[in-house]
Design a protein around this ligand. Structure first.
Ligand SMILES: Nc1nc2c(ncn2[C@@H]2O[C@H](COP(=O)(O)OP(=O)(O)OP(=O)(O)O)[C@@H](O)[C@H]2O)c(=O)[nH]1
Length: 365
Protein backbone atom coordinates (compact mmCIF):
# COMPACT_ATOMS: atom_id res chain seq x y z
CA UNK A 1 0.00 0.00 0.00
CA UNK A 2 1.40 3.48 -0.80
CA UNK A 3 2.60 5.70 2.05
CA UNK A 4 0.43 8.61 3.19
CA UNK A 5 1.32 11.88 4.85
CA UNK A 6 -0.23 15.18 5.77
CA UNK A 7 -0.69 18.10 8.13
CA UNK A 8 -3.49 17.81 10.64
CA UNK A 9 -4.49 20.81 12.76
CA UNK A 10 -6.01 20.38 16.18
CA UNK A 11 -8.29 23.32 16.93
CA UNK A 12 -10.86 24.17 19.56
CA UNK A 13 -11.67 26.56 22.36
CA UNK A 14 -9.21 27.07 25.22
CA UNK A 15 -9.04 24.14 27.64
CA UNK A 16 -10.80 21.69 25.29
CA UNK A 17 -7.85 19.30 25.57
CA UNK A 18 -5.80 19.95 22.41
CA UNK A 19 -2.40 19.70 24.07
CA UNK A 20 -3.42 16.62 26.06
CA UNK A 21 -4.47 14.97 22.80
CA UNK A 22 -1.22 15.87 21.05
CA UNK A 23 0.83 14.43 23.92
CA UNK A 24 -1.36 11.31 24.13
CA UNK A 25 -1.03 10.58 20.41
CA UNK A 26 2.72 11.16 20.42
CA UNK A 27 3.22 9.18 23.63
CA UNK A 28 5.49 11.97 24.85
CA UNK A 29 5.06 15.32 26.51
CA UNK A 30 5.55 17.87 23.79
CA UNK A 31 2.93 20.47 24.59
CA UNK A 32 2.40 21.77 28.09
CA UNK A 33 -0.91 21.03 29.75
CA UNK A 34 -2.55 22.80 32.65
CA UNK A 35 -6.11 23.28 33.83
CA UNK A 36 -5.81 27.00 32.93
CA UNK A 37 -7.20 28.21 29.59
CA UNK A 38 -4.86 29.67 26.97
CA UNK A 39 -1.89 27.57 28.05
CA UNK A 40 -0.72 27.06 24.47
CA UNK A 41 0.60 30.25 22.86
CA UNK A 42 2.33 29.15 19.70
CA UNK A 43 1.78 26.52 17.08
CA UNK A 44 3.62 23.24 17.76
CA UNK A 45 4.22 20.53 15.21
CA UNK A 46 4.27 16.97 16.51
CA UNK A 47 5.32 14.26 14.09
CA UNK A 48 3.57 10.92 14.42
CA UNK A 49 4.43 7.72 12.57
CA UNK A 50 1.45 5.40 12.12
CA UNK A 51 2.37 1.83 11.15
CA UNK A 52 0.64 -0.10 8.39
CA UNK A 53 -2.56 -1.79 9.57
CA UNK A 54 -3.41 -4.97 7.71
CA UNK A 55 -6.95 -5.75 6.64
CA UNK A 56 -8.74 -8.04 9.10
CA UNK A 57 -12.31 -9.08 9.87
CA UNK A 58 -14.35 -5.93 10.25
CA UNK A 59 -11.13 -3.86 9.89
CA UNK A 60 -10.51 -2.05 6.60
CA UNK A 61 -6.81 -1.54 7.48
CA UNK A 62 -4.71 1.38 6.22
CA UNK A 63 -1.26 2.11 4.80
CA UNK A 64 1.61 3.38 6.93
CA UNK A 65 1.54 7.17 7.34
CA UNK A 66 3.23 10.19 8.81
CA UNK A 67 0.85 12.62 10.47
CA UNK A 68 2.18 16.08 11.24
CA UNK A 69 -0.03 17.23 14.09
CA UNK A 70 -0.34 20.98 14.55
CA UNK A 71 -1.38 22.06 18.04
CA UNK A 72 -2.77 25.58 18.15
CA UNK A 73 -3.67 28.10 20.84
CA UNK A 74 -7.32 27.89 21.90
CA UNK A 75 -9.72 29.78 19.66
CA UNK A 76 -11.02 32.85 21.40
CA UNK A 77 -11.87 36.43 20.51
CA UNK A 78 -8.61 38.42 20.48
CA UNK A 79 -8.17 41.34 22.93
CA UNK A 80 -4.46 42.03 23.51
CA UNK A 81 -1.68 41.93 20.96
CA UNK A 82 -0.61 38.57 22.36
CA UNK A 83 -4.18 37.31 21.72
CA UNK A 84 -3.98 38.51 18.11
CA UNK A 85 -0.65 36.77 17.65
CA UNK A 86 -2.18 33.58 19.08
CA UNK A 87 -5.14 33.79 16.71
CA UNK A 88 -2.77 34.31 13.79
CA UNK A 89 -1.15 31.03 14.79
CA UNK A 90 -4.57 29.39 14.50
CA UNK A 91 -5.21 30.85 11.04
CA UNK A 92 -1.73 29.79 9.87
CA UNK A 93 -2.35 26.26 11.10
CA UNK A 94 -5.70 26.13 9.32
CA UNK A 95 -4.14 27.20 6.06
CA UNK A 96 -1.58 24.43 6.02
CA UNK A 97 -3.72 21.41 6.81
CA UNK A 98 -4.91 18.30 5.03
CA UNK A 99 -7.50 17.60 7.69
CA UNK A 100 -8.75 19.42 10.79
CA UNK A 101 -9.52 17.93 14.18
CA UNK A 102 -12.07 20.14 15.90
CA UNK A 103 -12.11 19.27 19.56
CA UNK A 104 -14.88 20.20 21.98
CA UNK A 105 -15.11 19.62 25.70
CA UNK A 106 -18.29 17.63 26.37
CA UNK A 107 -18.33 18.49 30.06
CA UNK A 108 -19.02 22.14 29.30
CA UNK A 109 -22.37 21.44 27.74
CA UNK A 110 -23.75 19.58 30.72
CA UNK A 111 -25.10 20.86 34.01
CA UNK A 112 -22.23 19.17 35.91
CA UNK A 113 -18.58 20.15 35.47
CA UNK A 114 -15.75 17.65 35.37
CA UNK A 115 -15.17 16.00 38.74
CA UNK A 116 -11.57 16.40 39.86
CA UNK A 117 -9.82 13.64 41.80
CA UNK A 118 -9.88 14.21 45.55
CA UNK A 119 -12.66 16.80 45.39
CA UNK A 120 -16.20 16.56 46.67
CA UNK A 121 -19.38 16.97 44.61
CA UNK A 122 -18.66 19.46 41.84
CA UNK A 123 -20.76 22.62 41.63
CA UNK A 124 -22.87 22.96 38.47
CA UNK A 125 -21.52 25.39 35.90
CA UNK A 126 -23.13 28.78 36.13
CA UNK A 127 -25.41 29.88 33.29
CA UNK A 128 -22.79 32.49 32.42
CA UNK A 129 -20.01 29.96 32.18
CA UNK A 130 -22.13 27.66 29.98
CA UNK A 131 -23.04 30.57 27.71
CA UNK A 132 -19.40 31.62 27.45
CA UNK A 133 -18.31 28.08 26.51
CA UNK A 134 -21.07 27.79 23.95
CA UNK A 135 -20.09 31.17 22.46
CA UNK A 136 -16.45 30.08 22.18
CA UNK A 137 -17.39 26.76 20.57
CA UNK A 138 -19.63 28.63 18.14
CA UNK A 139 -16.88 31.10 17.32
CA UNK A 140 -14.53 28.18 16.59
CA UNK A 141 -17.19 26.52 14.45
CA UNK A 142 -17.77 29.74 12.52
CA UNK A 143 -14.05 29.84 11.65
CA UNK A 144 -14.27 26.32 10.29
CA UNK A 145 -17.43 27.09 8.34
CA UNK A 146 -15.76 30.10 6.77
CA UNK A 147 -12.65 28.14 5.94
CA UNK A 148 -14.55 25.28 4.34
CA UNK A 149 -16.53 27.75 2.22
CA UNK A 150 -13.27 29.28 1.00
CA UNK A 151 -11.51 26.02 0.16
CA UNK A 152 -14.43 23.54 -0.10
CA UNK A 153 -12.16 20.53 0.48
CA UNK A 154 -11.31 20.45 4.11
CA UNK A 155 -12.43 17.32 5.96
CA UNK A 156 -13.19 18.20 9.57
CA UNK A 157 -13.34 15.48 12.21
CA UNK A 158 -15.27 16.44 15.33
CA UNK A 159 -13.78 15.06 18.54
CA UNK A 160 -16.08 15.02 21.55
CA UNK A 161 -13.42 15.04 24.26
CA UNK A 162 -13.53 14.14 27.97
CA UNK A 163 -16.13 11.39 27.62
CA UNK A 164 -14.52 9.79 30.67
CA UNK A 165 -16.15 12.57 32.70
CA UNK A 166 -19.75 12.00 31.55
CA UNK A 167 -22.08 9.01 31.47
CA UNK A 168 -22.38 6.98 28.21
CA UNK A 169 -26.05 7.96 27.80
CA UNK A 170 -25.06 11.60 27.46
CA UNK A 171 -22.88 11.05 24.39
CA UNK A 172 -25.60 10.34 21.78
CA UNK A 173 -27.52 13.64 22.24
CA UNK A 174 -24.21 15.51 21.87
CA UNK A 175 -23.44 13.70 18.61
CA UNK A 176 -26.91 14.63 17.33
CA UNK A 177 -26.50 18.25 18.44
CA UNK A 178 -23.17 18.76 16.68
CA UNK A 179 -23.97 16.75 13.56
CA UNK A 180 -26.87 19.12 12.88
CA UNK A 181 -24.50 22.12 12.86
CA UNK A 182 -21.91 21.02 10.30
CA UNK A 183 -21.22 18.20 7.90
CA UNK A 184 -18.33 16.65 9.81
CA UNK A 185 -16.36 13.90 8.05
CA UNK A 186 -16.51 11.93 11.31
CA UNK A 187 -17.77 12.47 14.84
CA UNK A 188 -15.64 10.57 17.35
CA UNK A 189 -16.17 10.54 21.13
CA UNK A 190 -12.75 10.36 22.80
CA UNK A 191 -10.92 10.86 26.04
CA UNK A 192 -7.49 12.35 25.45
CA UNK A 193 -6.61 11.94 29.12
CA UNK A 194 -7.70 8.28 29.40
CA UNK A 195 -6.63 7.49 25.82
CA UNK A 196 -10.09 6.21 24.81
CA UNK A 197 -10.78 5.75 21.08
CA UNK A 198 -7.41 7.16 19.99
CA UNK A 199 -6.67 4.15 17.75
CA UNK A 200 -10.01 4.66 16.04
CA UNK A 201 -9.17 8.35 15.64
CA UNK A 202 -5.83 7.53 13.96
CA UNK A 203 -7.56 5.11 11.56
CA UNK A 204 -9.98 7.86 10.57
CA UNK A 205 -7.24 10.46 10.18
CA UNK A 206 -5.09 8.23 7.97
CA UNK A 207 -8.16 7.58 5.83
CA UNK A 208 -8.31 11.33 5.11
CA UNK A 209 -4.66 11.83 4.17
CA UNK A 210 -3.34 11.98 0.62
CA UNK A 211 -0.63 9.68 -0.67
CA UNK A 212 2.78 11.23 -0.16
CA UNK A 213 6.25 11.03 1.30
CA UNK A 214 7.35 11.93 4.83
CA UNK A 215 7.63 15.66 5.61
CA UNK A 216 10.08 15.01 8.46
CA UNK A 217 12.75 12.35 9.02
CA UNK A 218 11.36 9.20 10.63
CA UNK A 219 12.51 9.74 14.24
CA UNK A 220 12.03 13.46 14.47
CA UNK A 221 9.30 14.13 17.00
CA UNK A 222 8.89 17.85 16.48
CA UNK A 223 10.15 20.84 14.53
CA UNK A 224 10.57 22.82 17.73
CA UNK A 225 14.17 22.86 19.01
CA UNK A 226 14.75 21.71 22.59
CA UNK A 227 15.57 25.15 24.00
CA UNK A 228 12.01 26.28 23.24
CA UNK A 229 10.47 23.16 24.72
CA UNK A 230 12.52 23.99 27.83
CA UNK A 231 11.04 27.51 27.95
CA UNK A 232 7.56 26.00 27.71
CA UNK A 233 8.26 23.57 30.56
CA UNK A 234 9.30 26.50 32.78
CA UNK A 235 6.16 28.41 31.76
CA UNK A 236 4.05 25.37 32.60
CA UNK A 237 5.39 25.36 36.18
CA UNK A 238 4.61 29.07 36.51
CA UNK A 239 1.06 28.39 35.31
CA UNK A 240 0.68 25.61 37.83
CA UNK A 241 2.29 27.30 40.83
CA UNK A 242 1.14 30.92 40.62
CA UNK A 243 -2.36 32.37 40.59
CA UNK A 244 -4.52 35.23 39.37
CA UNK A 245 -3.09 37.25 36.51
CA UNK A 246 0.57 36.22 36.96
CA UNK A 247 0.51 33.19 34.59
CA UNK A 248 -1.01 35.24 31.77
CA UNK A 249 1.42 38.13 32.23
CA UNK A 250 4.44 35.85 32.06
CA UNK A 251 6.72 34.92 29.18
CA UNK A 252 9.86 32.78 29.33
CA UNK A 253 12.93 33.23 27.16
CA UNK A 254 15.89 30.86 27.35
CA UNK A 255 18.95 33.09 27.15
CA UNK A 256 21.67 30.46 27.53
CA UNK A 257 21.52 26.83 26.44
CA UNK A 258 24.89 25.10 26.72
CA UNK A 259 24.73 21.47 25.80
CA UNK A 260 27.43 19.13 27.10
CA UNK A 261 30.28 18.66 24.65
CA UNK A 262 30.67 14.90 24.06
CA UNK A 263 34.10 13.43 24.81
CA UNK A 264 35.69 11.91 21.73
CA UNK A 265 38.01 8.93 21.30
CA UNK A 266 41.26 9.26 19.33
CA UNK A 267 39.42 8.12 16.22
CA UNK A 268 36.81 10.85 16.65
CA UNK A 269 33.98 8.64 17.92
CA UNK A 270 31.85 9.64 20.92
CA UNK A 271 33.30 8.00 24.06
CA UNK A 272 30.97 5.62 25.88
CA UNK A 273 30.07 6.74 29.37
CA UNK A 274 31.34 4.23 31.98
CA UNK A 275 28.54 2.49 33.90
CA UNK A 276 27.60 4.46 37.01
CA UNK A 277 29.26 7.67 35.79
CA UNK A 278 27.33 10.92 36.22
CA UNK A 279 25.19 12.05 33.31
CA UNK A 280 26.59 15.03 31.38
CA UNK A 281 25.38 18.51 32.36
CA UNK A 282 23.34 21.02 30.33
CA UNK A 283 23.59 24.62 31.54
CA UNK A 284 20.50 26.73 31.01
CA UNK A 285 19.66 30.31 31.96
CA UNK A 286 16.17 31.63 31.38
CA UNK A 287 14.48 34.98 31.87
CA UNK A 288 10.93 35.12 33.14
CA UNK A 289 9.27 38.31 31.94
CA UNK A 290 6.31 39.80 33.76
CA UNK A 291 4.52 43.15 33.48
CA UNK A 292 4.66 44.66 36.97
CA UNK A 293 6.91 44.74 40.03
CA UNK A 294 4.10 43.19 42.08
CA UNK A 295 4.09 40.18 39.75
CA UNK A 296 7.87 39.98 40.04
CA UNK A 297 7.54 39.79 43.82
CA UNK A 298 5.04 36.93 43.50
CA UNK A 299 7.26 35.06 41.05
CA UNK A 300 10.28 35.38 43.34
CA UNK A 301 8.36 34.63 46.54
CA UNK A 302 9.53 34.99 50.13
CA UNK A 303 13.33 34.74 50.11
CA UNK A 304 13.19 33.32 46.61
CA UNK A 305 11.00 30.37 47.63
CA UNK A 306 8.61 30.54 44.64
CA UNK A 307 11.37 30.86 42.08
CA UNK A 308 13.13 27.92 43.70
CA UNK A 309 9.96 25.82 43.54
CA UNK A 310 9.42 26.72 39.87
CA UNK A 311 13.06 25.93 39.10
CA UNK A 312 13.09 22.59 40.91
CA UNK A 313 9.90 21.36 39.25
CA UNK A 314 11.00 22.56 35.80
CA UNK A 315 14.50 21.09 36.17
CA UNK A 316 13.08 17.60 36.77
CA UNK A 317 11.00 17.74 33.57
CA UNK A 318 13.85 19.27 31.57
CA UNK A 319 16.23 16.54 32.75
CA UNK A 320 13.88 13.86 31.52
CA UNK A 321 13.37 15.71 28.22
CA UNK A 322 17.10 16.12 27.57
CA UNK A 323 18.40 12.94 29.21
CA UNK A 324 21.14 14.94 30.96
CA UNK A 325 21.61 16.60 34.33
CA UNK A 326 20.54 20.23 34.20
CA UNK A 327 21.84 23.36 35.89
CA UNK A 328 19.00 25.86 35.65
CA UNK A 329 19.23 29.55 36.47
CA UNK A 330 16.07 31.67 36.44
CA UNK A 331 15.83 35.48 36.44
CA UNK A 332 12.67 37.56 36.73
CA UNK A 333 12.50 40.73 34.64
CA UNK A 334 9.77 43.37 34.38
CA UNK A 335 8.72 44.51 30.92
CA UNK A 336 5.81 46.92 31.31
CA UNK A 337 2.66 45.83 29.43
CA UNK A 338 4.59 43.51 27.14
CA UNK A 339 1.43 41.73 25.96
CA UNK A 340 0.34 44.90 24.21
CA UNK A 341 3.71 45.57 22.55
CA UNK A 342 3.84 44.17 19.06
CA UNK A 343 7.61 43.94 18.70
CA UNK A 344 8.09 42.23 22.08
CA UNK A 345 5.33 39.70 21.36
CA UNK A 346 6.78 38.99 17.92
CA UNK A 347 10.24 38.48 19.40
CA UNK A 348 8.77 35.77 21.65
CA UNK A 349 7.94 33.60 18.63
CA UNK A 350 10.42 30.74 18.72
CA UNK A 351 10.92 30.84 14.96
CA UNK A 352 11.92 34.51 15.25
CA UNK A 353 14.24 33.72 18.18
CA UNK A 354 15.81 30.93 16.15
CA UNK A 355 16.54 33.37 13.32
CA UNK A 356 18.10 35.81 15.77
CA UNK A 357 20.28 33.09 17.35
CA UNK A 358 21.42 31.93 13.90
CA UNK A 359 22.23 35.54 12.89
CA UNK A 360 24.22 36.07 16.11
CA UNK A 361 26.16 32.83 15.58
CA UNK A 362 26.91 33.75 11.97
CA UNK A 363 28.21 37.18 13.10
CA UNK A 364 30.46 35.53 15.71
CA UNK A 365 31.98 33.06 13.23
N1 LIG B 1 -11.44 14.43 32.26
C1 LIG B 1 -10.68 14.78 31.23
N2 LIG B 1 -9.92 15.90 31.28
C2 LIG B 1 -9.18 16.21 30.19
C3 LIG B 1 -9.18 15.40 29.02
N3 LIG B 1 -8.36 15.99 28.12
C4 LIG B 1 -7.87 17.10 28.72
N4 LIG B 1 -8.34 17.23 29.97
C5 LIG B 1 -8.01 18.29 30.94
O1 LIG B 1 -8.46 19.55 30.43
C6 LIG B 1 -7.56 20.59 30.83
C7 LIG B 1 -7.11 21.37 29.59
O2 LIG B 1 -6.32 20.52 28.77
P1 LIG B 1 -5.29 21.09 27.67
O3 LIG B 1 -4.81 19.92 26.92
O4 LIG B 1 -4.28 22.01 28.31
O5 LIG B 1 -6.28 21.98 26.82
P2 LIG B 1 -5.97 22.91 25.56
O6 LIG B 1 -7.14 22.81 24.68
O7 LIG B 1 -4.63 22.55 24.98
O8 LIG B 1 -5.91 24.32 26.25
P3 LIG B 1 -5.25 25.69 25.71
O9 LIG B 1 -3.78 25.47 25.69
O10 LIG B 1 -5.68 26.65 26.75
O11 LIG B 1 -5.82 26.00 24.38
C8 LIG B 1 -6.40 19.90 31.59
O12 LIG B 1 -6.67 20.01 32.96
C9 LIG B 1 -6.51 18.46 31.11
O13 LIG B 1 -5.98 17.54 32.03
C10 LIG B 1 -10.00 14.21 29.01
O14 LIG B 1 -10.07 13.45 28.06
N5 LIG B 1 -10.73 13.97 30.13
Amino acid sequence: MPFRSGFVSIIGRPNAGKSTLLNALLGQKLAIVTHKPQTTRTRIHGVLEVPLKKKAKGEPGHPAAQIVLVDTPGIHKPETHLDKRMMQEVYDALESRDCVLFIVDVTHRLPQPEKKEGQGTPKPFTANRMAESAAEDNFALSLIQRLSKETKVCPVLLLLNKIDAISPGEVMPLIAHWSALYDFAEVIPISARKKINLDLLLDKVVAQLPEGQRYFPKHQLTDQPERFLVAELIREKILLLTGEEVPYATAVVVEKFEEPVPELTETGKIKKRPAGAKLPLTKIAAAIFCERTGQKAILIGKQGSMLKEIGTAARKDIESLLGTRVFLELFVKVQDDWRSKQSFVEDLDWRRQLEQIAAKQAAEE
